[in-house]
Design a protein around this ligand. Structure first.
Ligand SMILES: *Cc1c(COP(=O)(O)O)cnc(C)c1O
Length: 385
């Protein structure tokens, strides 16, 4: 291997580790840093959303990392910062219990009546919004629950203008919290103000049916970044913790780095093509490197002839179509050899391919890019506790 800029400076202690031929480095220090920034910005405790296996990066390691101090001495976040972790299914909650997490787990996705018993068994705090499920939950064990109010997302919860019939259910088994969710907190439009107003109106019409101690919450990462400390009791950041929040002034760090070693190299003559469909043609004598990452790993096919990888600190364009298991890069101008590491997402030396940039090139959202990274790529946790 030639002198490599990989890995980036903060993790240079890892440079002697010989990795599998393609993998993801997950920088837990960066995740801790991002969570602390969002918490400082919001000024209230967080439900840290770790649904979909921690946005694809690994829910259990993220929970461990946020609770514990880092090797470098950076403190964990503590209970005053993290009120709960947010999951999307009973199964995700069960997996975290099996991994040893005993604290609060909150689920924002509606559950079917037949799931409530299992939810109670794993100690999940559900979002409810029908009289029948609230009554069932009360019968099962009088455990905490949150009232979900739909203020315009049209996805989950009771309509803001139809809450009054729930008053008697709330009086019988009052919710611990009440929340709504914004559909466009990341857009500089008026919709968030409208949803805020609808939410406030619904709370007003519920009046004394909500206990005075009821915890009100609404803000996702984009809303936190946009208005800092709101008047709410909790916030619910997700994507910001994972460093992929668009248009934010917060100095979030990139925690995810997709890397692969060069497994083949060839020289092409003028006129020769690369990959399925022959969609890339050498216009000058060219050197092509193959890395063992493809769309089956979540490296999107749309990045064909569009994306790039970073090799020894230099961007190298994807040449031809991304295939299922392999991607080719034009490395004509970068001396390299078999086994050298290419960074397809994340940081190498001075260059960072952010999740937002790569997602935009792939024509998907950052959420979709992260949660689409497949399990064939082993996750390596840097800064683990
Ligand atoms: C996923 C989710 C969040 C987090 O949203 P981000 O945009 O990732 O910060 C917050 N609340 C609910 C209900 C969610 O489903």
């Amino acid at each position: 291997m030639t002198a490599a800029i990989y890995p980036f400076d903060r993790t240079s202690s890892q440079s002697s580790v010989r990795r599998a031929h393609a993998w993801i480095d997950v920088d837990l220090d960066a995740i801790r840093h991002n969570a602390a920034l969002l918490h400082a910005c919001a000024g209230v405790p967080m439900i840290v959303m770790i649904k979909a296996d921690g946005y694809g990066l690994g829910a259990a390691p993220v929970v461990r990392a946020l609770a514990g101090a880092s090797r470098s001495g950076q403190a964990g976040l503590g209970a005053s910062a993290v009120w709960a972790y947010g999951v999307a299914t009973v199964e995700e909650a069960r997996a975290l219990r099996a991994a040893g997490y005993a604290g609060r787990l909150w689920c924002g996705t509606p559950l079917l009546a037949e799931e409530l018993r299992d939810a109670a068994t794993v100690g999940l705090t559900p979002a409810l919004h029908t009289a029948s499920n609230i009554a069932a939950w009360r019968t099962i064990g009088r455990s905490p629950w949150h009232l979900a109010i739909d203020t315009g997302m049209s996805r989950a919860g009771v309509r803001w203008d139809e809450v009054v019939p729930l008053r008697s259910s709330l009086s019988e088994h009052p919710p611990e919290g009440v929340f709504t969710h914004f559909h466009s907190a990341d857009e500089p439009d008026e919709s968030m103000a409208l949803q805020d107003a609808r939410f406030a109106a619904s709370l007003l019409s519920l009046g004394a049916a909500l206990p005075a101690s009821c915890i009100v919450h609404s803000d996702n990462s984009a809303a936190i970044s946009r208005r800092g400390a709101g008047s709410a009791g909790l916030v619910r950041p997700g994507i910001g913790v994972f460093g992929a929040l668009a248009r934010t002034p917060l100095p979030l760090l990139q925690p995810v780095h997709l890397r692969a070693r060069i497994v083949d190299l060839r020289d092409l003559r003028v006129g020769e093509t690369v990959g399925y469909g022959g969609s890339w043609t050498a216009t000058v004598p060219s050197r092509i490197a193959t890395v063992p990452v493809g769309y089956a790993d979540g490296y999107r096919r749309h990045l064909s002839n569009i994306g790039c990888g970073v090799l020894h600190g230099v961007r190298c364009a994807v040449a031809g179509r991304v295939s299922m298991d392999m991607t080719m890069l034009d490395v004509t101008n970068v001396p390299c050899e078999l086994g050298d590491v290419v960074t397809m997402l994340g940081t190498s030396g001075e260059v960072t391919l952010t999740t937002q940039q790569v997602a935009a090139e792939a024509s998907v959202s950052p959420y979709e890019l992260l949660t689409g990274l497949r399990q064939r790529l082993p996750r390596h946790y840097l800064g683990d506790v």
